[in-house]
Design a protein around this ligand. Structure first.
Ligand SMILES: [Zn+2]
Length: 318
């Protein structure tokens, strides 16, 4: 009996190892990390260096920047995702871009500025805010921005420059696909800071399945990404932000022309019957818990001996 028990334990340990290797090596299980580099269109040298990074690194272009259109064309030819980096009013006094959205603006003016931005940043599939603590914390103002976006087929990525941002709430209310930034890569402009923040983004992606990091074309950020991105762990998949939109929210690369024949049925995606949902969730949670139980049985002792991967070693401060 004792021998049988030992054999069973060994068997379950081997099974756990097999399951873990599946989790690590199968792309379907990889945690997704999106990196967006803001403030594009002003610094030719650094912008071009960013365009040498993997094409999954996305860029956000300031609509009135001198090289915006040129850089959008280059990035699009590479298959890189492009966002409009929409200037929005901050609370603090700072030099502002031309056509910065302000809470005092009416719907017509916001529509005009956003249309101008769309014209100036070709191939954009999303928008995020440049600055914007005053604008994004104002629900009514953000309702007007989202309303202007509603006809454009763009998603909105909230840069989260203030804690009480209303951007995602306004987008959700209007049915505009939206995302939120989790990590800033370069609030302090040193390579060490960017390395550390990238490690934070990776940890968040592993914990939650995905994470969004935003950086800027500072020389220190570019250098840190040049060094670190080739070393990304195998369980981290670099993706464009649009890949993190929920399936029914996904936006096509290019706006599609309207269909000629009017649909006779509701144009909505077929949804599973509501009574099916609890059963589906139960199956999913059962699978998850079975996996977790098996893994935790096999690794209850092994986990304690786990050493950090080389990428974690240099970053974690004790
Ligand atoms: Zn910015």
């Amino acid at each position: 009996m004792k021998l049988l028990g030992t054999l069973q334990r060994k068997h379950s340990f081997l099974l756990s190892l097999m399951l873990l290797s599946l989790v690590v090596s199968t792309p379907a299980f990889a945690a997704k990390l999106a990196i967006v580099i803001d403030d594009f269109g002003y610094r030719k040298k650094e912008d071009n260096q960013v365009l040498q990074l993997p094409t999954a690194v996305s860029i956000a272009i300031l609509p009135d920047s001198p090289h915006g259109k040129e850089v959008a064309t280059k990035a699009h030819a590479q298959g890189r995702e492009i966002l409009i980096h929409m200037p929005m009013a901050p609370i603090s006094k700072q030099p502002l871009e031309r056509d910065t959205l302000k809470p005092s603006m009416d719907q017509a003016e916001i529509n005009r500025i956003i249309q101008h931005a769309i014209n100036n940043v070709p191939y954009a599939v999303g928008m995020n805010n440049h600055m914007g603590s005053a604008m994004t914390s104002d629900r009514q103002a953000m309702d007007r921005v989202i309303k202007a976006l509603n006809h454009s087929n763009l998603y909105f990525l909230d840069s989260v420059t203030i804690g009480n941002t209303q951007a995602a709430i306004a987008a959700k209310a209007a049915g505009v696909p939206s995302l939120r930034r989790h990590v800033f890569l370069d609030n302090v402009q040193t390579e060490a800071e960017t390395r550390q923040q990238l490690a934070r983004a990776i940890a968040l992606a592993r914990k939650n399945g995905s994470a969004i990091a935003i950086g800027h074309p500072h020389p220190s950020t570019v250098r840190a990404l040049q060094q670190q991105l080739p070393l990304l762990p195998a369980d981290i998949q670099l993706v464009a932000p649009s890949r993190l939109l929920k399936p029914q929210q996904e936006k096509p690369e290019q706006p599609k022309p309207p269909k000629v024949a009017p649909p006779t049925e509701q144009p909505q995606e077929p949804k599973p019957a509501s009574w099916l949902k609890p059963a589906q969730e139960a199956i999913i949670s059962m699978k998850k818990s079975t996996l977790i139980n098996t893994l935790s049985r096999g690794f209850s002792t092994a986990e304690k001996k786990k050493t950090p991967t080389p990428n974690e070693t240099g970053e974690v401060k004790e």
